[in-house]
Design a binder for this molecule. Structure first.
Ligand code: GLU
Length: 295
């Protein structure tokens, strides 16, 4: 028996949906129809300060305007913290998680000082500097006092230890996102997770991060096909490692082209002129939208 494909669209309501989200939602909806699958929405609202009920409501209005048929139920991440906490505890029990006290500004200052001395510092595939480790910046005394006080911290995955725990090379399955390529045989892409360094899994006040919740939820929702933007291609290596450590199934991945702005750059939620809301209010039709995003 073959399983019915399950696709998902997983936006964060921390701003308005833009043309890139429209492409993602429409490609997922098309793929679900072409492969006789289901199409679920997941609201990625773990950041409770930036994600608001108003933005979520407006997001659903945008999706209704796009006319994508959504299956039930909707999963809202803010309602699922116990599940993420359980996954985090499993990784903690394996000895793979450590508290990290350096603030973003401290990491930045450390890296700038290195670079000012002509030394390069490794960066992850998104361009962020790898975590140098608390001991590279803080004295033993300072570290002790932060640990004993109410100082904010992140919980990071010890990537080297995690890879040693897995003990073998991993890969993920990748295939096409639109047209004929939807039906292509997946190819195995080698995982290159070391390049990410010690990624954040949770924070002092939030028991999860994007990486942790995405793998927990893809499994919980029975997602068979993750169809998302090319900007998340390299993050799949991290997701594959977490799936392996947590004993979760790995979906097939389909990364789609990005819609770029007039300046040739990736769209941002803060830019008004590419938000679906403002384009709709300015009178953009569905046909014009499809043309703009190359569908
Ligand atoms: N929430 C992510 C975003 O809005 C997408 C996550 C994913 O598709 O894996 O970019």
């Amino acid at each position: 028996m073959t399983t019915q494909p399950v696709f998902r669209f997983a936006p964060s309501p921390n701003g308005h949906l833009h043309l890139g989200h429209a492409l993602s939602a429409l490609l997922n909806a098309r793929a679900a129809v072409a492969l006789s699958g289901r199409f679920l929405v997941r609201v990625e609202d773990i950041d409770q300060t930036r994600c608001t009920p108003d933005l979520e409501r407006e997001m659903f209005e945008d999706l209704a305007w796009l006319g994508v048929p959504l299956d039930e139920p909707v999963l809202r991440q803010s309602e699922n913290f116990p599940q993420y906490r359980a996954a985090l505890e499993k990784l903690q029990d394996m000895g793979l998680v450590y508290p990290a006290y350096l603030t973003r500004a401290e990491i930045k200052a450390f890296v700038s000082a290195k670079e000012a001395n002509g030394k390069s510092w490794p960066r992850d595939p998104d361009g962020a500097p790898l975590y140098p480790g608390d001991a590279a910046v803080l004295s033993a005394e300072e570290l002790k006092s932060r640990a004993a006080s109410d100082a904010p911290f992140s919980l990071r995955l010890d990537m080297q230890r995690a890879l040693a725990e897995i003990g073998r090379a991993l890969s993920w399955q990748e295939t096409g996102a639109e047209g004929e390529s939807l039906f292509a045989e997946p190819v195995a892409v080698p995982v290159e997770a070391a390049a990410w360094g010690d990624v954040i899994l949770a924070r002092k006040d939030t028991p999860t991060s994007y990486h942790l919740s995405v793998v927990v939820d893809d499994a919980r929702q029975g997602i068979t096909d993750v169809l998302r933007g090319q900007d998340l291609y390299h993050a799949t290596s991290v997701h594959r490692v977490l799936q392996e450590l947590l004993g979760l199934p790995s979906p097939v991945y389909r990364h789609h082209r990005l819609v770029l702005g007039a300046d040739g750059r990736k769209l941002s939620k803060s830019s008004k002129d590419t938000s679906l809301r403002s384009l709709r209010e300015a009178g953009m039709t569905h046909a014009e939208l499809r043309k703009r995003i190359g569908l």
